[in-house]
Design a protein around this ligand. Structure first.
Ligand code: LLP
Length: 420
């Protein structure tokens, strides 16, 4: 089956991302290394902007999916806005040249310092997730002499039919305010002089393969928007979140255009601007993790390929039992054997893939596909492992977007106890 990543191909047995051989990338930058394709990111962004061209829309890239500055600056140059969930993400967006007035700030636990930082920067909107946060933002904005533009993130109670850890729009989730409580909260917000009621937001989950639940959520949100307008609370934007799924294995997600069609149909002729917050669908299939086989090991029941990347580099398999396709960088001609591809970390959950048929030997390079979203972004230093390098490929060029961490980086800020 062809690769889920649009700019990955095999030429003379060798894997190429755009026009660059991944073996050359490994030679130059070492392993483990995340490798991203600028063309794949650009083309998924353009798929959104083309689909949205007939309505008024702002695409806010969800920084949490991949927060590397090179990635953020690529999207900033394409004109993207950004969806952030922390002051750290805001600093990254600004450092990458992103426009503060196209930033929306989501998240259930914004800290006062982060709220001040966002007001100082002049962000576009706070997506408020609770009644308590409404009061906090109002108090801070008023103390600073600022006006905060706000939206409520409503929880439409729609089942997105995805993995329970990444569904966010159910009544039982911690996110957003109940849609039935939102009307009163908007009335309260309207009375607070330091706030400007600007929009409404919802995000029901991630890796969605069916547009129907998002359309259903949109219907519930838009009917609230109309009720609010009847009460003289007029919103200027409707933010329908992110969530469009991608192919990892054999999923068959609708194209971005097909997924958006029912949303565009609902927004056509309305006065509000549509905001979207996609993450995975912009970067997931633009990136892979390059790793080297350290050794092959025959266990009692299974064969293991021990590689130099681990769950600290890519935690999705361990966390969600997620499937990432594994491809040898140079096609082998030996007999395939069945392996679990595992890292060196001291946990049984430290696997990147299970039961894969691979013709490989120690020293071979492997590409773990579809790792551009929530890969490096969720990496850690567990087992005191320096984090991987990140490289952005553009045509034949490779750009070191993040230097590999050193052990000194790991210990920065720590110190041993002073002598007794
Ligand atoms: N907006 C909000 C408010 C979100 O919470 C999220 C993702 C997004 C937008 C972007 O969603 P996307 O377009 O990427 O589906 N670590 C998990 C995914 C967690 C998603 C969290 N929220 C994974 O690796 O599958």
């Amino acid at each position: 089956m062809n690769f889920p990543m649009p700019t990955l191909r095999r030429a003379h047995g060798r894997l190429m991302l755009e026009d660059l051989s991944l073996a050359d990338v490994a030679e130059r930058f070492g392993t483990p290394t995340y490798v991203y394709s600028a063309e794949a990111m650009t083309s998924s962004y353009l798929a959104y902007s083309e689909a949205l061209s007939e309505i008024d829309a702002v695409l806010c890239y969800a920084v949490k999916a991949n927060a590397n500055l090179a990635v953020l600056s690529l999207f900033a140059r394409l004109g993207a806005g950004f969806d952030i969930v922390s002051g750290g993400e805001l600093s990254r967006v600004l450092a990458a040249g992103g426009a503060a007035d196209r930033v929306v700030f989501s998240g259930v636990g914004k800290q006062p310092e982060e709220i001040r930082q966002a007001l100082d920067a002049g962000i576009r909107c706070f997506n408020i997730e609770s009644a308590a946060e409404l009061e906090t933002i109002s108090d801070i904005a008023s103390a600073m002499g600022h006006t905060a533009a706000v939206a409520f993130r409503v929880n439409p109670d729609v089942d997105p039919k995805t993995h329970p850890y990444i569904s966010t729009g159910l009544r039982s989730n911690k996110f957003g305010v109940a849609i039935d409580d939102a009307f009163d909260l908007y009335r309260r917000a309207k009375d607070l002089p330091a706030l400007r009621v600007s929009g409404i937001a919802c995000h029901i989950g991630s890796q969605l393969l069916d547009p129907a639940p998002v359309a259903e959520a949109a219907d519930r949100v838009l009917s609230l928007v109309d009720r609010l307008a009847d009460a003289d609370i007029v919103l200027d934007h409707v933010d329908l979140g992110g969530g469009i799924g991608i192919r990892y294995r054999d999923e068959d997600p609708p194209t971005i255009g097909d997924f958006l069609a029912p949303l565009i149909a609902r927004m056509r002729g309305r006065s509000e601007t549509l905001f979207l917050e996609p993450g995975r669908s912009l970067v997931g299939n633009a990136g892979l993790l390059l790793t080297r086989v350290a050794l092959l090991k025959q266990g009692e029941e299974k064969n293991f390929a021990v590689v130099d990347a681990a769950m600290n580099d890519l935690s999705r398999p361990a966390l969600y039992d997620a499937y990432h396709r594994i491809e040898p960088v140079v096609a082998g001609d030996g007999e395939p054997r069945r392996y679990d591809v595992v890292g060196p970390i001291c946990e049984s959950g430290d696997f990147l893939a299970r039961d894969r048929d691979l013709a490989i030997a120690a020293g071979d390079l492997l590409a773990v596909l579809s790792a551009g979203a929530y890969g490096m972004a969720m990496s850690s230093n567990y087992n005191s492992r320096p984090r991987a390098a990140e490289v952005l490929v553009r045509g034949r060029d490779s750009f070191l977007a993040r230097q590999r961490e050193s052990v000194a980086d790991l210990m920065r800020g720590e110190r041993p106890l002073p002598p007794d």
